[in-house]
Design a protein around this ligand. Structure first.
Ligand code: NAP
Length: 330
């Protein structure tokens, strides 16, 4: 079958497109004919072998690709909740394994996945839309809905609003909760796109002071919730802008792992600081439901083919995109 794979970790040039063996069907798993896959920053790390993703030589060649959508073509022993021919979406976190990172991924005509990580999608949801939902919507759903319990009357801040995670966060805040949304990003072009996606206000962190602008926008109250997938770059300023009772959720550290926490503010303002890592299959069902109602969507930066995956990795490394690359297969 045709697949995008690597023989060694490295820069985007290590990505090859060619023939790879059809997956082996195991008990408790299913094989999908892949229709679309979403590209996430984790796959850049997995390709490069950084941030704990380095594979041993015997795991090469390795097929890249995490979250995906497609049609079930084979069902393993013990799987009763799925059937051949069903249209489905796949959460790439398969027990302790991650598709495309620790096991063969979805940038291929066929992929094997744990059945428990697969759920049916309605006909109204396209494969391209479904493929981009799991990886960016699960952690943001956890921050905004499950842990952050954002209310309609409140204000939420999305840091690096141009990221895949950021574009999902804006849409949950506006389309599911209906709260006020402040997008924080790095250029006027990305500000325009964040506002067009639904953000009510936007801050350019290259030219403006995040804390001062958040206080100005909220009439001195501060933010009720911050959605952070960037880490070190803005943590201190955004944390200092929280209102009393504010919540700060972290799901990524693209710009670095280390920051200072003002512990005095933590207790005196009764703040909550927490992290989320993907989410449950029940939450994915809720996300699919919201997407099929049109309340949220995969914000597609570019729809590409397998041959363009290398270019997409290069563009994403430069952080010039807004939203997600979706790879269309078959
Ligand atoms: N916990 C989880 O379950 C989970 C799930 C998905 C993703 N993540 C993590 O969340 C983060 C975002 O993922 P994504 O796929 O949405 O990423 P992405 O689309 O590649 O977004 C990256 C964006 O981060 C901003 N940025 C700020 N400083 C940066 C730097 N030093 N290098 C690169 N980008 C920088 C830029 O946006 P601006 O120009 O707007 O600032 C850039 O476009 C990643 O760290 C990822 O590993 C975690």
């Amino acid at each position: 079958m045709k697949a995008a794979f690597i023989r060694t970790h490295g820069d985007p040039e290590v990505i090859e497109v060619g023939e790879q063996p059809y997956p082996t069907l195991k008990a408790g798993e299913v094989i999908l004919k892949v229709h679309a896959t979403g590209l996430n920053r984790l796959e850049l790390y997995s390709r490069a072998g950084t941030r704990g993703t380095k594979l041993p030589d015997e795991s090469m060649p390795h097929i890249l690709g995490g979250e995906c959508s497609g049609e079930i073509v084979e069902i393993g022993m013990g799987v009763s909740h799925l059937s051949v021919g069903q249209r489905v979406v796949v959460n790439p976190h398969c027990g302790k394994q991650i598709l495309g990172t620790t096991r063969a991924g979805s940038n291929a005509e066929y992929v094997a996945s744990c059945a428990e990580n697969v759920i049916p999608i309605p006909d109204s949801l396209s494969f391209e839309q479904a493929a981009g939902l799991p990886t960016v919507y699960l952690p943001t759903w956890g921050i905004i809905i499950r842990e952050g319990q954002l209310q309609k009357s409140e204000t939420a801040v999305v840091l690096s609003s141009s990221s895949g995670v950021g574009t999902a966060a804006i849409q949950i805040i506006k389309g599911v909760v209906g709260a006020d949304c402040i997008a924080v990003t790095s250029s006027e072009e990305k500000i325009g796109k964040s506002l067009a996606l639904g953000a009510d206000h936007a801050i350019n962190y290259k030219t403006e002071n995040i804390k001062e602008r958040i206080l100005e926008i909220t009439n001195g109250k501060g933010a009720d919730l911050v959605v952070d997938s960037t880490g070190a770059l803005f943590f201190e300023d955004a944390y200092a802008s929280l209102a009393r009772g504010g919540r700060f959720g972290i799901c990524g550290v693209t710009a670095g792992y280390q920051s200072q926490i003002h512990l005095g503010q933590l207790f005196s303002k009764q703040l909550k600081l927490f992290g989320t890592f993907m989410g449950s299959m029940e939450e994915l069902k809720n996300i699919v439901h919201e997407a099929s109602k049109g309340n949220i969507s995969t914000h597609i930066h570019k729809l590409i083919g397998l041959e363009e995956l290398k270019d997409a990795h290069e563009e994403m490394e430069k952080s010039e995109h807004f939203g997600k690359f979706i790879v269309s297969i078959n």
